[in-house]
Design a binder for this molecule. Sequence first.
Ligand SMILES: C[S@@+](CC[C@H](N)C(=O)[O-])C[C@H]1O[C@@H](n2cnc3c(N)ncnc32)[C@H](O)[C@@H]1O
Length: 220
Amino acid sequence: MIVNFHNIELESTEDAFRPTLISEECALNAEFKNKKVLDMGCGIGPLAIYFAKNGAAEVDACDIYDKHLELTRLNAKRNNVSINVIESDLFQNVTNKYDLICCDVSGVSKNIAEVTGWFPTEVPKADDTGSNLIVRVVEGSPEHLKEGGCLNICTTSFSNIEEIESTMQNSFPDKWEKILEKEVPFSKRLIANIDLLKDEMYLEKNGNYFWIFSMYKLSK
Ligand SMILES: C[S@@+](CC[C@H](N)C(=O)[O-])C[C@H]1O[C@@H](n2cnc3c(N)ncnc32)[C@H](O)[C@@H]1O
């Protein structure tokens, strides 16, 4: 099947992750022009291809899931852009340093990822805390950023925000900030599974339910 992201046509399959509103926000809030960029957790390649098509100097994209790596390579070719695709468990096989690391690797706890249907079964997910991947990316980023470089990283209220922010403070002391916060209405599947959620994971306003998406910018 073909999905469209900012007028970029992407080949996808049932067992692959498709771009979301978080991908959208990552694209709109990244300062990538003339920069060397890493798309961490690239999925089928929407962000990497968007950056390469719109003026990034150089783009690397990494993911741990072979299906996603295959689709990113195919989609880069389909859209006539050059992207260095790296098979890697987070930074494990990444050797370069970047001006920008853009990370949407998943800040959704495993049980929520499963019940919402946001993640096809085969797609690697965060653990039950929702924070483990983000914590590892924050800790690993300083050595993969050039001086003055930035990490843009996304999370949701389905993760341990306290643990994530305390890791940010340890790894980037006083050089991190939340640059975006959005309330997102619950889907029907989320409403049906509300019993699984802890109180701090959502807001209730006049009988309507919302989860929170946040984006942070961390600077070296
Ligand atoms: C929420 S999806 C986002 C995909 C893509 N950025 C997009 O906007 O559509 C998270 C991505 O992180 C990848 N991922 C999960 N665990 C990973 C890990 N340990 N190392 C690298 N990538 C990982 C998944 O395969 C998936 O492609």
